[in-house]
Design a protein around this ligand. Structure first.
Ligand SMILES: Cc1cc2nc3c(=O)[nH]c(=O)nc-3n(C[C@H](O)[C@H](O)[C@H](O)COP(=O)(O)OP(=O)(O)OC[C@H]3O[C@@H](n4cnc5c(N)ncnc54)[C@H](O)[C@@H]3O)c2cc1C
Length: 393
């Protein structure tokens, strides 16, 4: 027996389980923790690092765009943009996205523009000459370009720390330096071993980013999320010949995937290497040759850009087979909710995802139709238990 403040004996009761345990304190986990706590749930936020935003969130290129080709992604980014616009901590800067489109992609691209406009995105279709007034380029092989002035950049750290603080204010308990190493489910109650803690919860949110597949496997579940290294190269301060008062928008050559934008007085730039899969670490400097070749082909003035090796960085995309997120309950384990696999768009969609996760966990209808993001879309085995089923007791 313990005694209370009056000295009267008090029975020792086992700690009440949490309503929800969120695994991962990146932008998706923090947004979810906040919205779950706001909905009145008792929330644990579990993170192996010493602070939020130390996974992919802190390594993103920070872009937000409504120029997607499918309705669900447009809706997720549009709802998130509406929230970020109201949030000073988001650091939202509408520098615009300029997409340069080769002839072969033009018909599909124009079809997507119609969809984007239906969702309220102010997308303009430009001729190569009009596009050249925004960013000079060699327009060989280009059918045209599209421009959305409200697309832009965010401050992922600012947003993530803000959400983590809001979650704490609403009573969420954040546990850092708590690496999840085992997960089991018994009688609809989850037990999570994390660092030196054992956490019990009625529902689990898998917000572990590129590590979401590993986390699911600990619970004997299968979530097809793979890490894919991405490198962001940074230039030195631009010389006067190519620096300008207005920032360079986020400009993408859709022929190669080469992109760049202004970051202060520098440019940041890159191009996905489709062969770079898995948890490789560090910057692959060999890939720089391909990136520079793509840059010079389309933007000959790039020969005046010099590299700042120390300011360049790398991180992991969290790729699914169709490069779209997985949001929703696991069909095999209804107490398990995935919010992962954002495949390079998680920062810009997190605000909406936090609200959706809270709606799923509390049984409310989702405010965006996310049926297309169900785990079951992948294959006959998706959602079934994997090789580590033995861990479920
Ligand atoms: C180079 C690069 C550029 C990008 N550019 C953009 C962009 O322009 N726009 C955009 O929207 N998105 C972009 N992204 C993608 C974006 O960063 C991610 O989609 C987003 O950060 C995912 O957030 P998250 O919270 O799901 O994952 P994360 O931020 O990775 O958080 C997952 C957390 O889980 C924790 N974790 C993992 N395993 C365990 C464990 N066993 N126990 C406890 N904790 C664990 C990790 O430490 C991590 O903190 C980019 C990513 C990269 C790498």
């Amino acid at each position: 027996m313990l005694s209370d403040a009056t000295g009267a004996p008090r029975a020792l009761r086992p700690t009440e389980p949490f309503d929800v345990a969120v695994i991962g304190a990146g932008i998706v986990g923090c947004a979810s923790a906040w919205r779950l706590a706001e909905a009145g749930l008792k929330v644990a936020l579990i993170e192996r690092e010493s602070a939020p935003a130390m996974g992919s969130t802190g390594r993103s290129a920070a872009g937000i765009r409504l120029q997607f080709s499918d309705a669900t992604n447009i809706a997720l980014s549009a709802a998130s943009l509406a929230e970020y616009r109201q949030l000073p901590q988001s650091g939202y800067r509408p520098i615009g996205y300029l997409l340069l489109v080769p002839e072969a992609q033009w018909p599909d691209h124009l079809a997507a523009v119609a969809l984007q406009r239906r969702h309220g995105a102010p997308v303009q279709v430009l001729s190569p000459e009009e596009s050249n007034r925004i960013v000079p380029a060699d327009t060989t092989g280009l059918a045209g370009a599209t421009w959305c002035a409200t697309d832009g950049v965010l401050d992922p750290h600012g947003i993530c720390l803000h959400y983590a603080a809001r979650a704490r204010e609403r009573g969420a308990q954040a546990m850092y330096r708590a690496q999840v190493t085992a997960i089991r489910c018994e009688s609809a109650l989850w037990t999570i071993e994390a660092g030196d803690q054992t956490i019990r919860a009625r529902q689990v949110i898998n917000a572990a980013g590129a590590w979401a597949g590993e986390i699911a496997a600990l619970a004997g579940l299968r979530v097809p999320v793979d890490a894919a290294r991405r490198i962001v190269f940074a230039s030195a301060e631009l010389p006067p010949s190519i620096s300008r008062a207005q920032p360079y928008p986020l400009t993408v050559d859709l022929g190669t995937g080469f992109y760049f934008r202004s970051e202060g007085q520098r440019l940041i730039f890159g191009q996905s290497n489709p062969e770079d899969r898995g948890f490789s670490e560090g910057i692959d400097w060999n890939w720089l040759d391909t990136v520079i070749e793509s840059a010079l082909d389309r933007f000959p003035w790039f020969d005046q850009v010099s590299l700042d090796r120390r300011a360049s960085w790398w991180g992991y995309y969290e790729d699914t087979p169709d490069h779209n997120a997985i949001i929703g309950r696991d069909p095999a384990q209804p107490g398990w909710i995935n919010a992962c696999g954002f495949s390079g768009h998680g920062v810009q969609q997190a605000a909406a995802v936090g609200r959706l996760v809270a709606q799923i966990a509390t049984g409310e209808p989702p405010f965006i139709d996310i049926g297309a993001l169900a785990l079951a879309r992948f294959d006959g085995n998706a959602g079934t238990r994997g090789a580590s089923e033995r861990l479920i007791v």
